[in-house]
Design a protein around this ligand. Structure first.
Ligand code: AMP
Ligand code: TRP
Length: 325
Protein backbone atom coordinates (compact mmCIF):
# COMPACT_ATOMS: atom_id res chain seq x y z
CA UNK A 1 0.00 0.00 0.00
CA UNK A 2 1.39 3.37 -0.96
CA UNK A 3 0.40 6.13 1.42
CA UNK A 4 1.54 9.60 0.49
CA UNK A 5 1.85 12.60 2.80
CA UNK A 6 3.32 16.02 2.21
CA UNK A 7 3.04 19.55 3.48
CA UNK A 8 4.15 23.11 2.92
CA UNK A 9 4.29 25.96 5.41
CA UNK A 10 1.88 28.84 4.74
CA UNK A 11 4.72 31.33 4.96
CA UNK A 12 4.05 33.15 1.70
CA UNK A 13 2.87 32.65 -1.82
CA UNK A 14 3.94 29.39 -3.41
CA UNK A 15 6.54 29.78 -6.13
CA UNK A 16 7.89 27.80 -9.07
CA UNK A 17 10.43 26.07 -6.82
CA UNK A 18 7.63 24.75 -4.61
CA UNK A 19 5.72 23.61 -7.65
CA UNK A 20 8.59 21.96 -9.52
CA UNK A 21 10.34 20.65 -6.40
CA UNK A 22 7.29 19.34 -4.59
CA UNK A 23 3.71 19.87 -5.71
CA UNK A 24 4.19 18.53 -9.24
CA UNK A 25 5.04 15.19 -7.67
CA UNK A 26 2.02 15.35 -5.40
CA UNK A 27 -0.31 15.63 -8.35
CA UNK A 28 1.22 12.61 -10.07
CA UNK A 29 1.27 10.59 -6.87
CA UNK A 30 -2.31 11.23 -5.83
CA UNK A 31 -3.41 9.24 -8.88
CA UNK A 32 -1.15 6.27 -8.20
CA UNK A 33 -1.23 6.05 -4.42
CA UNK A 34 -3.73 4.18 -2.30
CA UNK A 35 -4.01 7.20 -0.08
CA UNK A 36 -2.72 10.77 -0.30
CA UNK A 37 -2.86 13.55 2.25
CA UNK A 38 -1.59 17.08 1.64
CA UNK A 39 -1.35 19.55 4.49
CA UNK A 40 -0.92 23.25 5.00
CA UNK A 41 1.43 22.92 7.95
CA UNK A 42 0.35 25.96 9.92
CA UNK A 43 1.98 24.82 13.17
CA UNK A 44 5.31 24.64 11.34
CA UNK A 45 4.62 28.09 9.92
CA UNK A 46 4.55 29.71 13.35
CA UNK A 47 8.11 28.64 14.18
CA UNK A 48 9.36 31.59 12.14
CA UNK A 49 8.07 35.18 12.47
CA UNK A 50 4.48 35.67 11.31
CA UNK A 51 1.73 38.24 11.64
CA UNK A 52 -1.45 37.01 13.37
CA UNK A 53 -3.45 39.50 11.33
CA UNK A 54 -2.38 38.14 7.95
CA UNK A 55 -1.77 34.50 8.89
CA UNK A 56 -5.34 33.28 8.22
CA UNK A 57 -5.13 34.75 4.72
CA UNK A 58 -1.77 33.09 4.15
CA UNK A 59 -3.25 29.74 5.11
CA UNK A 60 -6.23 30.34 2.79
CA UNK A 61 -3.89 31.38 -0.04
CA UNK A 62 -1.86 28.21 0.33
CA UNK A 63 -5.03 26.11 0.20
CA UNK A 64 -6.02 27.90 -3.04
CA UNK A 65 -2.54 27.34 -4.48
CA UNK A 66 -2.81 23.60 -3.72
CA UNK A 67 -6.21 23.30 -5.35
CA UNK A 68 -5.18 25.35 -8.38
CA UNK A 69 -2.02 23.30 -8.82
CA UNK A 70 -4.14 20.18 -9.11
CA UNK A 71 -4.65 18.66 -5.67
CA UNK A 72 -7.85 16.73 -6.33
CA UNK A 73 -10.23 16.42 -3.37
CA UNK A 74 -11.70 13.25 -4.87
CA UNK A 75 -8.33 11.58 -4.68
CA UNK A 76 -6.54 13.24 -1.79
CA UNK A 77 -7.28 14.81 1.56
CA UNK A 78 -6.43 18.48 1.84
CA UNK A 79 -6.01 19.54 5.45
CA UNK A 80 -4.85 22.33 7.71
CA UNK A 81 -2.43 20.71 10.15
CA UNK A 82 -3.75 22.42 13.29
CA UNK A 83 -7.25 21.09 12.61
CA UNK A 84 -5.97 17.55 13.24
CA UNK A 85 -4.60 17.75 16.80
CA UNK A 86 -3.32 14.16 16.64
CA UNK A 87 -0.26 15.51 14.78
CA UNK A 88 0.90 17.53 17.77
CA UNK A 89 -0.11 14.82 20.20
CA UNK A 90 2.08 12.27 18.44
CA UNK A 91 4.86 14.87 18.19
CA UNK A 92 4.83 15.18 21.99
CA UNK A 93 5.16 11.44 22.34
CA UNK A 94 8.04 11.42 19.84
CA UNK A 95 9.70 14.21 21.83
CA UNK A 96 10.14 11.81 24.67
CA UNK A 97 12.15 9.36 22.57
CA UNK A 98 14.13 11.73 20.34
CA UNK A 99 17.63 12.67 21.53
CA UNK A 100 18.35 16.40 21.25
CA UNK A 101 21.60 15.48 19.51
CA UNK A 102 19.60 14.20 16.53
CA UNK A 103 18.04 17.63 16.15
CA UNK A 104 20.70 20.23 16.89
CA UNK A 105 22.98 18.88 14.16
CA UNK A 106 20.41 19.27 11.36
CA UNK A 107 21.40 21.80 8.67
CA UNK A 108 17.87 23.22 8.49
CA UNK A 109 17.93 23.97 12.22
CA UNK A 110 21.27 25.74 11.95
CA UNK A 111 20.03 27.79 8.99
CA UNK A 112 16.84 28.83 10.75
CA UNK A 113 18.79 29.75 13.85
CA UNK A 114 21.01 32.07 11.80
CA UNK A 115 17.94 33.64 10.21
CA UNK A 116 16.08 34.08 13.47
CA UNK A 117 18.87 36.30 14.84
CA UNK A 118 19.79 33.53 17.25
CA UNK A 119 16.34 33.35 18.88
CA UNK A 120 16.74 29.70 19.75
CA UNK A 121 13.24 28.62 20.74
CA UNK A 122 12.06 25.04 21.28
CA UNK A 123 9.84 25.08 18.20
CA UNK A 124 12.81 25.67 15.92
CA UNK A 125 14.64 22.65 17.30
CA UNK A 126 11.53 20.51 17.47
CA UNK A 127 10.26 21.36 13.98
CA UNK A 128 11.41 18.04 12.41
CA UNK A 129 9.81 15.99 15.19
CA UNK A 130 6.44 17.50 14.31
CA UNK A 131 7.18 16.70 10.68
CA UNK A 132 7.88 13.07 11.61
CA UNK A 133 4.56 12.99 13.45
CA UNK A 134 2.74 14.50 10.43
CA UNK A 135 3.98 11.62 8.32
CA UNK A 136 3.76 8.75 10.77
CA UNK A 137 0.37 9.61 12.28
CA UNK A 138 -1.10 8.28 9.00
CA UNK A 139 1.55 5.56 8.67
CA UNK A 140 2.49 7.19 5.38
CA UNK A 141 5.39 5.65 3.50
CA UNK A 142 6.06 8.00 0.59
CA UNK A 143 6.82 11.69 1.01
CA UNK A 144 7.22 13.91 -2.05
CA UNK A 145 9.56 16.82 -1.12
CA UNK A 146 12.49 18.83 -2.35
CA UNK A 147 15.96 17.53 -1.54
CA UNK A 148 16.49 20.01 1.31
CA UNK A 149 14.04 17.93 3.30
CA UNK A 150 16.07 14.71 3.09
CA UNK A 151 17.59 15.06 6.58
CA UNK A 152 14.05 15.30 7.97
CA UNK A 153 13.00 12.12 6.20
CA UNK A 154 16.07 10.35 7.61
CA UNK A 155 15.14 11.62 11.06
CA UNK A 156 11.55 10.39 10.61
CA UNK A 157 12.94 6.92 9.95
CA UNK A 158 15.23 7.11 12.98
CA UNK A 159 12.31 8.07 15.20
CA UNK A 160 10.13 5.30 13.74
CA UNK A 161 12.88 2.73 14.34
CA UNK A 162 13.43 3.93 17.89
CA UNK A 163 9.72 3.74 18.63
CA UNK A 164 9.50 0.24 17.13
CA UNK A 165 12.43 -0.97 19.16
CA UNK A 166 11.12 0.52 22.39
CA UNK A 167 7.44 -0.35 22.11
CA UNK A 168 7.09 -2.94 19.33
CA UNK A 169 6.74 -2.92 15.56
CA UNK A 170 4.40 -0.04 14.66
CA UNK A 171 5.83 2.09 11.85
CA UNK A 172 7.23 1.02 8.51
CA UNK A 173 10.08 2.80 6.72
CA UNK A 174 9.35 6.07 4.93
CA UNK A 175 10.78 7.01 1.54
CA UNK A 176 11.24 10.47 0.07
CA UNK A 177 10.25 11.07 -3.52
CA UNK A 178 12.41 13.71 -5.17
CA UNK A 179 11.64 15.41 -8.47
CA UNK A 180 13.89 16.31 -11.34
CA UNK A 181 14.68 19.99 -10.96
CA UNK A 182 14.30 19.38 -7.27
CA UNK A 183 16.32 22.52 -6.68
CA UNK A 184 15.25 25.67 -8.48
CA UNK A 185 17.59 28.50 -7.64
CA UNK A 186 16.90 32.17 -6.95
CA UNK A 187 16.72 34.38 -10.03
CA UNK A 188 18.95 36.92 -8.31
CA UNK A 189 21.53 34.77 -6.54
CA UNK A 190 22.19 31.30 -7.93
CA UNK A 191 23.86 30.18 -4.74
CA UNK A 192 20.49 30.35 -2.97
CA UNK A 193 17.36 28.37 -3.73
CA UNK A 194 14.26 30.16 -4.89
CA UNK A 195 12.27 31.03 -1.77
CA UNK A 196 9.12 32.76 -0.62
CA UNK A 197 10.88 35.85 0.64
CA UNK A 198 12.09 38.73 -1.49
CA UNK A 199 11.29 39.05 -5.16
CA UNK A 200 13.89 36.65 -6.45
CA UNK A 201 11.26 33.98 -6.99
CA UNK A 202 8.30 33.66 -9.34
CA UNK A 203 5.06 33.19 -7.42
CA UNK A 204 2.51 30.88 -9.02
CA UNK A 205 0.03 33.74 -8.76
CA UNK A 206 2.27 36.46 -10.28
CA UNK A 207 0.60 38.29 -13.17
CA UNK A 208 2.17 38.16 -16.66
CA UNK A 209 3.88 41.55 -16.44
CA UNK A 210 5.42 40.76 -13.07
CA UNK A 211 6.71 37.47 -14.46
CA UNK A 212 8.19 39.20 -17.52
CA UNK A 213 9.86 41.85 -15.36
CA UNK A 214 11.33 39.28 -12.97
CA UNK A 215 12.78 37.15 -15.75
CA UNK A 216 14.20 40.20 -17.48
CA UNK A 217 15.97 41.14 -14.24
CA UNK A 218 17.23 37.58 -13.59
CA UNK A 219 21.01 37.38 -13.29
CA UNK A 220 22.93 35.70 -16.11
CA UNK A 221 26.47 34.33 -16.41
CA UNK A 222 29.47 35.74 -18.24
CA UNK A 223 29.79 34.80 -21.90
CA UNK A 224 26.80 34.72 -24.18
CA UNK A 225 26.11 31.08 -24.99
CA UNK A 226 22.91 29.46 -23.86
CA UNK A 227 24.35 26.19 -22.61
CA UNK A 228 23.50 23.97 -19.68
CA UNK A 229 26.43 23.65 -17.29
CA UNK A 230 25.67 24.03 -13.62
CA UNK A 231 29.33 24.65 -12.70
CA UNK A 232 30.30 27.28 -15.24
CA UNK A 233 26.85 28.68 -16.05
CA UNK A 234 24.69 28.30 -12.95
CA UNK A 235 22.30 31.15 -13.77
CA UNK A 236 21.57 30.14 -17.36
CA UNK A 237 21.36 26.49 -16.34
CA UNK A 238 18.71 27.36 -13.77
CA UNK A 239 16.70 29.24 -16.40
CA UNK A 240 17.11 26.36 -18.87
CA UNK A 241 15.88 23.96 -16.18
CA UNK A 242 12.76 26.04 -15.66
CA UNK A 243 12.22 26.25 -19.44
CA UNK A 244 12.74 22.49 -19.79
CA UNK A 245 10.41 21.51 -16.95
CA UNK A 246 7.59 23.85 -17.98
CA UNK A 247 7.75 23.29 -21.75
CA UNK A 248 8.67 19.60 -21.63
CA UNK A 249 11.36 20.31 -24.25
CA UNK A 250 14.62 18.43 -23.80
CA UNK A 251 17.58 20.48 -22.57
CA UNK A 252 19.55 19.56 -25.71
CA UNK A 253 16.74 20.88 -27.90
CA UNK A 254 16.57 24.11 -25.94
CA UNK A 255 20.34 24.60 -26.36
CA UNK A 256 19.97 23.97 -30.10
CA UNK A 257 17.03 26.36 -30.42
CA UNK A 258 19.08 29.17 -28.87
CA UNK A 259 22.45 28.39 -30.41
CA UNK A 260 22.75 31.73 -32.19
CA UNK A 261 20.46 33.73 -30.01
CA UNK A 262 21.07 36.21 -27.24
CA UNK A 263 20.35 35.97 -23.54
CA UNK A 264 17.59 38.51 -23.95
CA UNK A 265 15.85 36.56 -26.73
CA UNK A 266 16.05 33.44 -24.59
CA UNK A 267 14.66 35.31 -21.58
CA UNK A 268 11.77 36.78 -23.57
CA UNK A 269 10.75 33.32 -24.71
CA UNK A 270 11.19 31.85 -21.26
CA UNK A 271 8.90 34.54 -19.84
CA UNK A 272 6.18 33.50 -22.29
CA UNK A 273 6.69 29.82 -21.43
CA UNK A 274 6.17 30.66 -17.75
CA UNK A 275 3.19 32.95 -18.42
CA UNK A 276 1.49 30.29 -20.58
CA UNK A 277 2.19 27.57 -18.08
CA UNK A 278 0.71 29.54 -15.20
CA UNK A 279 -2.39 30.77 -17.03
CA UNK A 280 -4.65 27.73 -16.44
CA UNK A 281 -3.36 27.55 -12.86
CA UNK A 282 -4.36 31.14 -12.26
CA UNK A 283 -7.79 30.72 -13.84
CA UNK A 284 -8.48 27.71 -11.65
CA UNK A 285 -7.27 29.60 -8.60
CA UNK A 286 -9.67 32.44 -9.29
CA UNK A 287 -12.59 30.02 -9.56
CA UNK A 288 -11.86 28.58 -6.14
CA UNK A 289 -11.25 32.03 -4.71
CA UNK A 290 -14.74 33.06 -5.81
CA UNK A 291 -16.26 30.00 -4.15
CA UNK A 292 -15.08 29.95 -0.52
CA UNK A 293 -17.96 27.67 0.54
CA UNK A 294 -16.77 24.84 -1.69
CA UNK A 295 -13.21 25.29 -0.47
CA UNK A 296 -14.25 25.19 3.19
CA UNK A 297 -16.31 22.10 2.50
CA UNK A 298 -13.32 20.34 0.93
CA UNK A 299 -11.20 21.20 3.95
CA UNK A 300 -13.73 20.20 6.58
CA UNK A 301 -14.52 16.87 4.96
CA UNK A 302 -10.83 16.10 4.59
CA UNK A 303 -10.05 17.10 8.15
CA UNK A 304 -12.86 14.89 9.53
CA UNK A 305 -11.47 11.92 7.66
CA UNK A 306 -7.90 12.76 8.67
CA UNK A 307 -8.82 12.94 12.36
CA UNK A 308 -10.42 9.53 12.04
CA UNK A 309 -7.32 8.00 10.42
CA UNK A 310 -4.88 9.71 12.75
CA UNK A 311 -6.72 8.73 15.90
CA UNK A 312 -6.39 5.06 14.93
CA UNK A 313 -2.60 5.33 14.91
CA UNK A 314 -2.62 7.30 18.10
CA UNK A 315 -4.73 4.69 19.83
CA UNK A 316 -2.31 1.99 18.76
CA UNK A 317 0.65 4.06 19.95
CA UNK A 318 -0.97 4.73 23.32
CA UNK A 319 -1.92 1.09 23.70
CA UNK A 320 1.68 0.05 23.14
CA UNK A 321 2.95 2.65 25.58
CA UNK A 322 0.55 1.78 28.36
CA UNK A 323 -1.33 5.03 27.94
CA UNK A 324 -4.77 3.68 27.09
CA UNK A 325 -6.79 4.27 30.21
P1 AMP B 1 9.24 25.79 1.69
O1 AMP B 1 8.82 26.78 0.65
O2 AMP B 1 10.65 25.97 2.09
O3 AMP B 1 8.26 25.68 2.81
O4 AMP B 1 9.21 24.37 0.98
C1 AMP B 1 8.04 23.69 0.59
C2 AMP B 1 8.39 22.52 -0.33
O5 AMP B 1 8.90 23.00 -1.57
C3 AMP B 1 9.47 21.59 0.22
O6 AMP B 1 9.17 20.27 -0.17
C4 AMP B 1 10.73 22.07 -0.42
O7 AMP B 1 11.68 21.06 -0.55
C5 AMP B 1 10.23 22.53 -1.78
N1 AMP B 1 11.03 23.67 -2.26
C6 AMP B 1 11.11 24.89 -1.68
N2 AMP B 1 11.91 25.72 -2.39
C7 AMP B 1 12.34 24.99 -3.45
C8 AMP B 1 13.19 25.27 -4.55
N3 AMP B 1 13.74 26.47 -4.72
N4 AMP B 1 13.41 24.31 -5.44
C9 AMP B 1 12.85 23.11 -5.29
N5 AMP B 1 12.03 22.76 -4.29
C10 AMP B 1 11.78 23.69 -3.36
N1 TRP C 1 9.36 20.72 6.68
C1 TRP C 1 8.72 20.91 5.42
C2 TRP C 1 9.29 22.17 4.75
O1 TRP C 1 9.83 23.02 5.40
C3 TRP C 1 7.23 21.04 5.58
C4 TRP C 1 6.61 19.83 6.18
C5 TRP C 1 6.06 19.72 7.42
C6 TRP C 1 6.47 18.55 5.57
N2 TRP C 1 5.59 18.49 7.64
C7 TRP C 1 5.81 17.73 6.54
C8 TRP C 1 6.83 18.04 4.35
C9 TRP C 1 5.53 16.39 6.29
C10 TRP C 1 6.54 16.69 4.11
C11 TRP C 1 5.91 15.89 5.06
O2 TRP C 1 9.16 22.31 3.57
Amino acid sequence: MTKVFSGIRPSGKLHLGNYLGAIKNWIELQNEADKAIFAVVDYHGITTPFDPKTYPQQVADTVLDYLAAGVNPDKALLIRQSKVPQHTELAWIFNTITPVSWLDRLPTYKEQLEKSSKYNHMGLLDYPVLMAADILVYKSNLVPVGEDQMPHIDLTNEIAKKFNSMFGETFEPVKAKLTEGARIMSLQDTSKKMSKTGDEGIALSDDPDTIRAKIKKAVTDSGKDILFNEDTKPAISNLITIYHLLSVKEIKNIEAMYENKSYSEFKNDLAEVVVDFLKPFQEKRRKFEDDPKTVLNILEKSEDKARELASKTLEEVKEKMGLNY
